[in-house]
Design a protein around this ligand. Structure first.
Ligand code: C2E
Ligand code: SIN
Ligand code: SIN
Ligand code: SIN
Ligand code: FE
Ligand code: FE
Length: 584
């Protein structure tokens, strides 16, 4: 991504140093990085309060200062709940280097000798800021999940890898490493693993300039392809074709990516069709044959987690020059860059995997209660919702950055739309026949548990999830539910459900966009599925209902979009319902 990120995504740095000249020098070094803002503090006794209120992303602290020295300040920041998590870089002069151990023992995250190289300073600031964001997310979830023990050494490893890499003196390579370092911060914010994998592939192809590529996740004892991109057939998403031709990739030497996952090594191949027989792996040419493509050079790197386990593989195919003409092969600099990229990527992946496991857990909880609310239903509704949103965003001219951020939130929110059903009694939830009014009123309560479920659970994501839980049964004409009704608790703390159905909700664009989108996706999927109280409808009948209720139940623009994308919708349904008989 470009350095011109919105301010709220920038990195705020506080420098505590009693010498004005240091502040000036650091400011100059950071002046080219518009997303990094520097706030110098010269009096260390003022620093504690300022840091508490300003909550910077990273601190630069001078070692030797009058009054409170850098070690003392670090100790105090570390013992204060509100500042403990802000990473600290100690700045020292050459003669203080022997105090490095003291600094780390007092809780500093890093140690730099004044004045550091500009590039190194920026890289370390970025890496520490990214790590702090990832850690904050992780902590939030880890508390909630009790004991997901996820180590974060990974971030430190990537920092070390970067320090080594920065010694490279080719300036083009420095530029690439720098843009990789800058990505870390942004990637740490992507919560959805699928969206993250797509983004990782896109960025790796962009930075290393590769015509094609694919991303894989380790799924039990196999590799599952998540995305495939190919510049030669621009605009075509090959993920589906790849899923078909390479569904079963074992973690073994039968394929290149399998070998990479098995060994944790990088594979750099000049020509996949001229493996000399000494290589431990073979090349699988199914994709080339099916699509008339010529895979030549391949660079494949493992994505390795904190405890050393391989989480996935990134594979780049056919390197190009920046002008698009092809290059003979990936070189040693490319290998360094992909290693570095993979190491950055894995910090964000662990974060996203944790979110995913938490969401799947919530969905399984709902599934235990109501077997019609399966993970497959949640995934289908989420993917239909993304199709609708993609076209809506196109029509409304959203920037790529905005689209990406919103897609991530929507997918998570859509997957959780019906988790509120965990609060509905079995007798009603599993009733084989039609619900009476009072039972339906209770059922409506599943849209009113947003506050009970989502406080800070998903940090930035709870808002979108709460909107969708609360709004997915609203109707465009205002006849839906639950409007602004909320559940109260009785004296024992139990939620009190409504006893008469609510029929006046919010209307039109009072209903949040994500809720309007999920309403269509959910009804389409509910009607096409068998429920304890109804049979599955055929597609013709479903589409007739969507058209008929366009403008009354559903946002008419979104119905148009949905029907326009119906082929894609059906392909998604087929992917998530392998046993379903075809209706076309
Ligand atoms: P659900 O089964 O996931 O259905 C979601 C939404 O799809 C429904 O929201 C409704 O808008 C639409 N839908 C589902 N089945 C039909 C149908 O046969 N005809 C029509 N015209 N629309 C349908 P709604 O009505 O607000 O219901 C919310 C949830 O309440 C349903 O989720 C389901 O879990 C439960 N529910 C609704 N009616 C009954 C019922 O008669 N018996 C039982 N056991 N549960 C019901
Ligand atoms: C997953 O990552 O397990 C689901 C893949 C998908 O939703 O496409
Ligand atoms: C392989 O790495 O051999 C399988 C993936 C591909 O078709 O490129
Ligand atoms: C589930 O785990 O309940 C299904 C979700 C999936 O298919 O990945
Ligand atoms: Fe619902
Ligand atoms: Fe649903």
């Amino acid at each position: 991504m470009t350095p011109e990120q919105p301010h709220e995504q920038g990195i705020h740095v506080i420098l505590v140093d009693d010498q004005m000249i240091v502040g000036e020098a650091v400011r100059r070094m950071l002046s080219g990085d518009e997303d990094i803002t520097l706030e110098p503090i010269m009096d260390p006794t003022e620093a504690l309060d300022r840091i508490r209120t300003r909550q910077p992303n990273v601190l630069l602290v001078d070692l030797v200062m009058p009054g409170i020295d850098g070690l003392e300040l670090t100790r105090r920041l570390q013992s204060d709940e509100s500042t403990r998590d802000i990473p600290i870089i100690i700045l020292s002069s050459e003669s203080d280097v022997h105090r490095k151990v003291d600094a780390f023992e007092n809780g500093a995250s890093d140690f730099l000798v004044k004045m550091p190289d500009r590039l190194e300073l920026v890289a370390r600031l970025r890496a520490l800021a990214a790590k702090a964001i990832a850690e904050k997310q992780l902590r939030l979830m880890a508390t909630r999940l009790q004991k997901q023990a996820v180590a974060l050494d990974e971030a430190n490893r990537s920092l070390q890898a970067m320090n080594v890499s920065l010694e490279s003196d080719v300036s083009e390579q420095r530029g690439r490493l720098r843009s990789i370092a800058m990505l870390g911060n942004e990637l740490a914010r992507i919560q959805d693993i699928d969206i993250l994998m797509e983004r990782l592939l896109t960025e790796a192809r962009r930075i290393l300039v590769a015509d094609a590529g694919a991303s894989y996740l380790v799924d039990a004892d196999r590799l599952r392809i998540t995305h495939a991109q190919n510049g030669t057939f621009d605009g075509t998403d090959f993920s589906e074709s790849f899923r078909r031709s390479a569904v079963e990739i074992g973690i073994d030497h039968k394929s290149i990516v399998g070998w990479v996952a098995e060994t944790g090594e990088v594979a750099n191949i000049r020509d996949a069709y001229e493996l000399d027989g000494n290589t431990p792996y073979a090349f699988n040419d199914t994709f080339d044959k099916e699509n008339g493509y010529r895979t030549k050079s391949i660079l494949a790197a493992p994505l390795i987690g904190a405890t050393g386990q391989v989480m996935g593989v990134l594979q780049l195919i056919n390197p190009c020059h920046p002008d698009g003409t092809s290059r003979d092969q990936f070189d040693a600099d490319d290998e360094t860059a992909i290693r570095h990229f993979a190491s950055m990527a894995s910090v964000s992946m662990q974060n996203a995997q944790l979110t995913r496991s938490m969401i799947l857990r919530m969905i399984r909880m709902a599934e235990l209660r109501d077997p019609s609310e399966t993970g497959a239903h949640a995934n289908r509704v989420a993917e239909y919702a993304l199709v609708i949103f993609g076209e809506w965003a196109q029509r409304h001219g959203l920037s790529m950055e905005e689209r990406e951020l919103q897609r991530d939130k929507l997918r998570i929110a859509a997957m959780l739309h019906d988790v509120g059903k965990v609060a509905v009694p079995d007798m009603i939830l599993k009733k084989p026949g039609k619900l009476d009014d009072e039972e339906f009123a209770t059922m409506q309560g599943h849209t009113m548990v947003d506050e009970a479920l989502f406080d800070e659970l998903l940090s930035g994501y709870d808002e979108a999830a709460a909107e969708v839980v609360r709004g997915h049964h609203e109707r465009w004409d205002g006849s839906g539910y639950p409007g602004r009704e909320t559940l109260v608790r009785d004296d024992n703390g139990y939620l009190v459900f409504p006893t008469t159905p609510i029929r006046n909700g919010r209307e039109g664009d009072e209903i949040p966009l994500f809720a309007r989108i999920v309403a269509i996706a959910d009804v389409f999927d509910a009607l096409g599925s068998q429920r304890s109280y109804k049979e599955a409808w055929d597609d013709e009948r479903i589409l007739a209902l969507l058209r008929e209720e366009s403008g009354s139940h559903f946002d008419p623009e979104l119905v148009d979009i949905f029907i326009g994308g119906i082929e894609e919708i059906k392909a998604i349904r087929a992917k998530w319902s392998p046993n379903r008989s075809s209706e076309d």
